[in-house]
Design a protein around this ligand. Sequence first.
Ligand code: ADP
Ligand code: MG
Length: 594
Amino acid sequence: MDAVDLGRMLERLEGKGYKEYHNLGGSHSFARFTLFIDRVQADPFAAPSRMRVRVAQEIAGFDPQLFSGKVRRVAMQDFLVRLFARSIRKNVKGHRGTGKSGFVGVDSGGQEILERNAATINERYAEIRFVVGLPAAGRRCLGREAAAVLLDEVPRLVESSLFYDNINREEAAAHVKAAEDQEWLRSRLAREKLVAFVADGSVLPRASGISEAPLAGDRAVGFRSPPELRVGFDLPNRGWTSGMGIPEGVTLIIGGGYHGKSTLLKALERGVYCHVTGDGREVVATRDDAVKIRAEDGRRVEKVNISPFISNLPFGQDTSAFSTENASGSTSQAANIIEALEAGSRLLLIDEDTSATNFMIRDELMQRLISKDKEPITPLIDQVHNMYKEHGVSTVLVMGGSGDYFDVADTVLAMEDYQPRVVTAQARAVASSRPGRRRSEAAVFGPLTARVPLAGGLNPRRGPREKVSSRGLGTIEFGRQTVDLAAVEQLVDPSQTRAIGDLVWSAHRRGLFDGKATLGQVLDRMLAEVEEGGLDVIAPVFGPSAEGGAVAGDYALPRRYEIAAMLNRLRSLKAGPASGGAAQVVLSGDDSPN
Ligand code: ADP
Ligand code: MG
C-alpha cells in the first residue's frame, strides 16, 4: 500500500469495529520513507501497536562517519531515538479517544547512552521502531484520527529526525564524539593502573533522590582532583582532560556525613556507562567490570562459596557451597561479592550506607571479648587486601564510621565540602600511633570457584505457555516466579531489565544451560550471540508466523553482571560444581587482569 491507499483505508475504517484495524498490518510506501505496521493491538487498552519507519540512506543522507564502528553506531542510534522522542513531544497531540488512542512512544532512555534496538543506522537505511495507540471511541475505529497520526504526525517525526539535512549536525557529531571519548577513556584505565577517572569540573550530585538529572549549576560544587591523584588523558575528541585517577588496590573514601562520599561512589557506579552531554558525568569513567556490592537480606543464595567471609557456622553447616532461602545482611553481602567475582568483576564498589556492619568491621575490643572461634564472620576488612593480592580485585569503599580500614587501604580520600583530599599518610600515622591493634582474621582469601547453572532450575512456564515479562526497573516475572532486582543498583534502564528476562529465557531455549558450561561461560555465550546478531536475537519470536517476525524496539543492553544478578536471584536456580565434581579454580593471582 502507498500513503494514498492507506488514507482511503483509514477513511473507510471510521466507525468500524476495532478488529478492522488488523487490515493495516504490513508495509506502506510514503514518498520518502516506508512505514511498517508490524503488530496491531487488539483493543484501545492493549499495548499500543508496533510500527517502524525506515528511510533509505540515499534519501536520509547521514554522514557515514557518524556510524562507523560499533561505538559511534550505538551512540548515533541513541541520538536518533532521542531526536525522535523530542519530536514526539513537539508534534504529537497524544490523546485522541479511548484508552491509549493517539499515544505515540519510543524507547529513548535516560542519562545513559546504551545499545538499544529502537533505532538502527547502517549503510543502507536509518530506522526507528515506535508504538502508536490506534485511535478509537470505545471499540469503534476513529479512522480519521488514525489518519491524523499516521499521515500527518508520523511523517513530521520522520522528517525531523531521520533526514540528515534536517537535523542539527553539530549536535549529532557532539553526541557521537562524547560517547567515543568516554569509551576510549574507560578502555584506557587498566593500562594506567587506574580503576576510575573523574574529570575536573564534573558535576556529580543529582537533582534529587528520584531524579538522575544533574543538580542545578548554582547549587552544585564542581569536582576538583586533589593534586596527588591528578592525571590527564588526551581524549580523541575533547583533547587534554585532567582529573582524579583512582589507582588500583584498596581505596577508602572517608569524611563527615553529608560531605559527598556517597555521591562520589554513585558517580563511580554509573561510570561504567556513557552519559549524555550536559549530565555532568560525561567524563567520569569507571572500569567496565565494576560491581556495586551491598547487603541484601532476604535474598536467596544457591551453592555459593562464601567461606572466605563466613565459616564455622553452628551445627557444622558447609559454607563452601552455601545455600539459603533467606540470607542475612552479612551473608547476602558475602554472596554478592563472590557472585560478582564469579561473573568476572575485578572492581568492587561498597558504601557503608548499604552494608551490614558485622560484615564490614569487627574491632579490637570485640575481638578480645568474642574469640574468633565463636564468630563465623570474617569481616571484609581482613579480606579486602587479600582479594587484591590474590586475584587482582580492587575495592573502592566509603567508610566514614571506622578508622580500622586505615591499616588496609592503599589510598585514603577524605571528602570535605564535596571535594576530595588525599590523606593516606595521615591515616597511616594515626593508625600506627594507637595503643591496641586488631589482629587480622584471615591469612588468605583462597581460590575462586565456578558453578554450573542447571537448566532444571529455570522454568519459564506460566500456565500452558512460557511467559517472561518485566515490570519497571526492578522486577522480572520469569514463568511463575518473581525475581526482585531492586538491590541491583547498576541496572539503570527498564529496557535493560526487560532484556535480561528475555536473554535468560532465550539462552534457556537455545540450550546454553547445558549442564557443563559455567555461569561465566553461559554469560559469554549469551553476550556473544547478541554481539553477533544484535539485541533482536533474544526476542521470543517462534517461527515466521509470530507477529510478522518484527521485534519490538524496547530492549537496551544489560551488562553481564546484571544478567548474573538475575540468575542468582531466581529462587529456583540450581547450580552444580564445575566439571570433575571438585570446585574449579577460575582465576588465580597470576592470570588476573591488572
Ligand atoms: P555522605 O555520603 O558523605 O553523607 P552524600 O554524598 O550523601 O554525603 O551527600 C550529601 C548531600 O550533599 C546530598 O544531598 C548531595 O546531593 C549533596 N552533594 C554531594 N556532592 C555535592 C556537590 N559536589 N555539590 C553540591 N551538593 C552536593
Ligand atoms: Mg553516605
